[in-house]
Design a protein around this ligand. Structure first.
Ligand SMILES: Nc1ncnc2c1ncn2[C@@H]1O[C@H](COP(=O)(O)OP(=O)(O)O)[C@@H](O)[C@H]1O
Ligand SMILES: [Mg+2]
Length: 590
């Protein structure tokens, strides 16, 4: 998982290397400030209390012990300010570069997820909860970002500091250093154990968070249904219960995470006690000079910070890797609908044919059974039958939202799988009962059918779909923004926007799936007229309940339990006195 996160990071090698170099510079400068203890001691107490260090310190010691005491102190102050002055721009640069590294990497992951989700088949989406996917794009990427910041950037920064401080400590006294070292493996074991626990907990926590999102998005989508069934209380209780679970696990896992720094702090205290005693003995016996003891103490105190940060970083990295895993579930998802057709479907010439087509969503329940069907160019075919009979499923096979389990669907004698998905879908227009409007202007919503359409084509489509009055009554006309989900627009208007889209797209094949089912009489009249405009010169499959729509079809196909049970025109089917006739008389009576 870390390797996969690394793959995204390594896209920015130059940036990454610059960040590492600057981290190193900042760490060395930080080490310098600790090393300054030696010249400070020699200047305050005389050089007998201090040992010489690297050349730069020997030079410093000489420089600060030449003049009188006050002069020396001023020199020391200047040196200190100088070191911090040099560190300052590097620290800023480090912030800037590491932020851009982090944001670039995360944006790449986010865009990859979004891109993959738009490309994944309808089948994939119909089988996955949108709340879960949403949580992956928003929450998981945020956690990966956090893990990158803590687990990679802070990790790197603190590693360098660790090396510098440990180096200083080793130089100051190897005896004290090894005493400290003896106590560390124990610390590491504790940390690793807790880290593993934390990771597991956070995976569960992420799932519970996604579940909260799913519940909320289901509620928002189904608010009408919830209200009509008076289920507000039930939904609220369900949400409350999920929240209680989430809260409990959140507190538990975060407590576990807090264990990491708290336990390392305690270990630090044990360490300090040991050093104080041994260090004192070494000074009394003249083995080390006091300044070395002070440098050692300084670096050991300062090294606590990177160690603590490294512990935190470890926990956060584990935490982020769980999210990376979840993000990769999308990025690496394999799709069942393969876009492997090489041929371009240039035009629709003769017929659509279903040959022995069987389909099921899962093996246990067949939805379509050995279906044979031919729709000739120019025909308007109505598909009727009891709800759940497989009508929607059947038409979804034509644009390949799903592929048949067996049998083939052909257009002009060729298996539709031999065409590229894009060229196939360009030839098909779909209007369904639930029209999706995007949070954008009315113009752009209509232009969805063909973003490159000219102004006159746009106006023509508005006229043909009887939207002229609707648009003229809008405050800002075509530029009016559709409120979120277009709740302010009536069902009939939505349908006509969908028709305008389809007219702009101008596909030879049309699928209308219960497009008129939810409308009142006035809206329906307008819609019928718009629909008639849309149908002109096209091949259409209309799924409808209303016989007024069905009656004018060239051919009516009655589908029940996944099989064609009757076929013919309106009067032929009435004479047959079968399922269609029953249905017709029932509606006629109403
Ligand atoms: N995405 C899906 N996953 C599983 N089963 C489905 C799915 N969509 C529809 N079904 C089932 O397939 C059957 C046919 O549904 P559908 O084609 O929508 O019928 P119709 O449009 O004739 O009402 C129904 O039993 C329905 O429950
Ligand atoms: Mg249906």
């Amino acid at each position: 998982m870390l390797r996969k996160l690394g793959r995204y990071l390594f896209e920015y090698k130059a940036l990454l290397i610059s960040v590492l170099i600057i981290m190193m510079i900042v760490a060395i400068l930080s080490g310098f400030t600790v090393g300054m203890i030696t010249p400070i001691v020699s200047s305050l107490f005389g050089s007998t209390y201090a040992s010489s260090g690297p050349w730069i310190f020997r030079w410093l010691i000489k420089w600060v012990t030449q003049g009188d005491r006050l002069e020396n102190l001023i020199k020391l102050a200047i040196s200190l300010i100088l070191i911090y002055g040099i560190k300052f721009p590097f620290s800023l640069l480090l912030y800037y570069l590491s932020d851009s590294l982090e944001q670039r990497t995360i944006a790449d992951i986010r865009v990859d997820m979004f891109g993959k989700l738009t490309n994944l088949s309808y089948r994939f989406h119909s089988e996955t909860k949108s709340g879960e996917l949403l949580s992956k794009i928003t929450n998981d990427t945020e956690k990966i970002r956090f893990a990158l910041r803590r687990g990679v950037i802070h990790l790197g920064q603190n590693m360098f500091l660790l090396v510098v401080y440990l180096g200083l400590a080793l130089w100051a006294s190897w005896r004290l250093f090894f005493l400290a070292l003896l106590l560390t493996p124990f610390t590491l074991l504790v940390i690793q154990f807790i880290g593993k626990k934390v990771r597991g907990k956070f995976t569960t926590l992420r799932k519970e968070r996604a579940f909260l999102n799913t519940l909320a998005s289901e509620m928002l989508h189904g608010i009408k249904i919830i209200k009509s069934f008076g289920m507000e209380r039930y939904e609220l209780d369900r949400f409350k219960e999920a929240n209680v679970n989430y809260r409990k696990n959140y507190v538990k896992s975060h407590l576990l995470k807090a264990f990491l720094p708290a336990s390392s702090e305690l270990m630090g205290a044990v360490l300090a006690g040991g050093i104080l005693v041994l260090g004192g003995i070494l000074i009394f016996r003249g083995v080390i000079t006091p300044d070395r003891f002070l440098v050692f103490l300084g670096s050991i105190i300062l090294v606590q910070q990177p160690i603590r940060q490294l512990n935190l970083a470890y926990g956060d990295l584990q935490h982020g890797l769980a999210s990376m895993e979840s993000a990769l579930e999308i990025i690496e998802a394999t799709d069942i609908i393969r876009d492997e057709g090489k041929e371009i479907l240039k035009s629709f010439g003769k017929a659509i044919r279903f040959e022995d087509v069987s389909f099921s969503y899962d093996e246990s329940k067949p939805i379509l059974k050995n279906l044979n069907l031919k729709i000739k160019k120019g025909e308007t075919v109505a598909l009727v039958g009891p709800s759940g009979g497989g009508k929607t499923t059947l038409v979804n096979l034509i644009p390949r939202f799903f592929d048949p389990v067996s049998g083939v669907i052909e257009i002009d004698g060729k298996d539709i799988r031999s065409f590229s998905l894009d060229s196939l879908r360009k030839k098909i227009g779909i209007v369904t009962q639930d029209v999706i409007l995007f949070n954008d202007s009315v113009r752009n919503n209509i232009l969805y059918g063909n973003p490159k359409a000219t102004k006159s084509k746009l106006n023509e489509s508005i006229k043909k779909s009887h939207l002229t009055t609707f648009v003229s009554e809008l405050k800002k006309g075509l530029e009016t923004e559709i409120g979120e989900k277009g709740e302010r627009i009536s069902g009939g208007e939505k349908q006509r926007i969908a028709i305008a889209r389809a007219i702009l797209k101008n596909p030879p094949i049309l699928i209308l799936d219960e497009a008129t089912s939810s409308l009142d009489a006035v809206s329906e009249k307008l819609l019928q007229d718009a629909m008639a405009e849309l149908l002109k010169g096209r091949t259409a499959i209309i799924i409808a309940h209303r016989l007024s729509t069905v009656r004018c079809a060239d051919r009516i196909i009655v589908l029940s339990k996944g099989e064609v049970v009757e076929e013919g025109n309106h009067s032929e089917l009435l004479k047959k006195n079968g399922l269609y006739a029953q249905h017709y008389t029932l509606q006629f009576k109403e």
